[in-house]
Design a protein around this ligand. Structure first.
Ligand code: FAD
Ligand code: NAD
Length: 405
């Protein structure tokens, strides 16, 4: 009989965990696995605030796919998926025609949510990808490097505005605020010329997160010169200008958008019923009404039964979903039944630049503990290493891992 075709879309956290699990656990004659993704590398989205601010080289936040995918066990196709045809069970690619599937795992990630604010895509940096953050980092450096060659200085030249004090905004400003003194020294720019703002619509930064930890983060960042504007929704973005709902205008040549995410447009364009681009998947991660399509990561919406609200889309959940989707596809191929995802939140840790971090952990003897500073930094980097260990074993940790100290 013909081998079943398993196609995985997107080499993110969910897709990579699914692909590596399948290559490990499937017998060689059991199925044919194909991973499709835009780039020939996997990038760790959760590290991207660092190359964005220039505190890490972007190569350190990406891994060549052929380093972790065994070409004898799984096939990699570098291409962009342009649509999914569920009725004919095939995927349409930008460069290379079509791919037929028997089982499909969709993990194509998220894009920026603007909540209707105009001008974001035209005038703000909003792409949390390698390509996106590399451009942002070069732009930041250019703003500094041109300073001494200009006869007229405009305030906006060295004003940096971060839209949204969620985890992405906070982690990015943590890196930037840590780097600014070094940039000032390198380019002979007086420190007082640089302005950094974080603008948040909700009544608090990191809304819903532990207030003591939020205060710790804000104090630390304010100490480094970051100015918070809380309870202050952004109404519009124009060229070099942020317009607030209360009418205030902040001229800024660098605007970084981080007000949340929505699922990849591919989801809605392919006819899945979705909320902000995310499909409310069944407990076994299948799209409702679909026998053979699994949706994982930022494209999937799952409800936390304790709070009756959706789980925030995180890499942590995406990885667990990738593993369960892979197990379920194997079960179906072998004539078995699927199992349900049991989401487990092991903690939430945010880096704040330098060796600073904060967050909560929920594992063994640290259950429910709040961590600050170096201990939070240590745990965050250990969890990054734990992911690399899962993905590629000790050699990958050695070549791409983090120093937790
Ligand atoms: P992604 O990891 O985003 O991967 C999607 C993949 O699909 C990419 O490789 C992309 O190139 C590919 N792709 C997209 N469109 C197409 C297409 N049309 N055709 C082919 N391929 C395509 N979460 C945490 O749990 N902990 C953290 O500390 C954390 N930190 C973060 C820091 C930052 C700065 C950001 C932006 C996010 C952070 N997150 C964190 C959230 C986390 O990154 C996401 O939830 C996670 O990446 C989602 O995984 P995914 O597998 O759904 O998609
Ligand atoms: P988010 O939704 O968590 O935060 C976005 C923030 O922007 C919110 O506080 C919101 O009130 C604010 N906002 C929305 N519209 C606004 C407007 N018009 N003007 C001003 N502020 C506005 O989004 P995120 O920070 O991009 O994170 C996306 C996902 O990734 C989340 O699930 C998050 O938990 C996860 N993440 C986790 C980590 C971590 O664990 N360290 C780091 C980054 C991201």
């Amino acid at each position: 009989a013909k081998k079943p075709q398993i196609v995985i879309l997107g080499a993110g956290y969910g897709g990579m965990i699914a692909a590596t699990k399948l290559q490990k656990k499937l017998g060689s004659g059991e199925a044919h696995v194909t991973l499709v993704s835009k780039h020939k590398y996997h990038y760790q989205t959760t590290w991207l605030h660092e190359p964005a601010a220039g505190t890490m080289h972007h190569d350190d936040a990406r891994i060549e796919i052929d380093k972790v995918l065994n070409s004898n066990r799984a096939n990699f196709v570098q291409d962009t998926v342009t649509s999914i045809n569920k009725d004919e069970k095939k995927v349409i690619l930008k460069e290379g025609g079509e791919l037929a599937y028997d089982y499909l795992i969709i993990g194509v990630g998220a894009t920026a949510e603007t909540f209707g604010v105009e001008g974001v895509f035209e005038h703000a940096y909003h792409k949390w990808t390698i390509d996106g953050v590399r451009e942002l980092k070069d732009h930041i450096e250019f703003q500094f490097s041109k300073y001494r060659n200009e006869t007229v200085h405009k305030d906006e030249d060295l004003t940096f505005v971060v839209a949204g004090a969620g985890f992405t905004g906070i982690e990015f400003i943590g890196e930037l605020s840590e780097r600014v003194p070094k940039l000032c020294e390198h380019y002979d720019v007086p420190r007082e010329k640089v302005k950094m703002y974080v603008i948040e619509a909700a009544p608090s930064a990191l809304p819903g997160f532990d207030p003591e930890l939020v205060e710790y983060a804000m104090n630390l960042l304010e100490h480094r010169g970051v100015e918070f504007k809380i309870n202050t929704p952004i109404a519009e973005v124009k060229e070099n200008l942020v317009v607030l709902k209360d009418g205030e205008e902040i001229p800024a040549s660098t605007i970084i958008w981080a007000t949340g995410v929505r699922g990849n447009k591919l989801i809605e364009e392919s006819g899945f019923e979705a909320m902000r681009g995310r499909v409310k998947v069944d407990a076994d991660l299948r799209a409702p009404g679909e026998e053979d399509v699994f949706i994982i990561g930022d494209c999937a919406l799952i409800i936390n039964e304790e709070t009756e609200r959706p789980f925030p889309p995180t890499a942590q959940i995406a990885m667990q979903q990738g593993a369960v989707a892979a197990e379920n596809v194997m079960a179906l191929i072998r004539g078995g039944t699927t199992s349900n995802l049991k989401p487990e939140i092991l903690g939430t840790l945010a880096s704040l630049g330098g060796k600073e971090a904060m967050g909560t952990v929920n594992v063994s003897f640290l259950k429910g503990r709040k961590l600050y500073g170096r201990s939070a930094y240590f745990m965050k980097h250990m969890s990054d290493n734990r992911y690399l260990m899962k993905l590629g074993g000790p050699l990958l940790v050695l070549s791409k891992g983090r120093n937790p100290f």
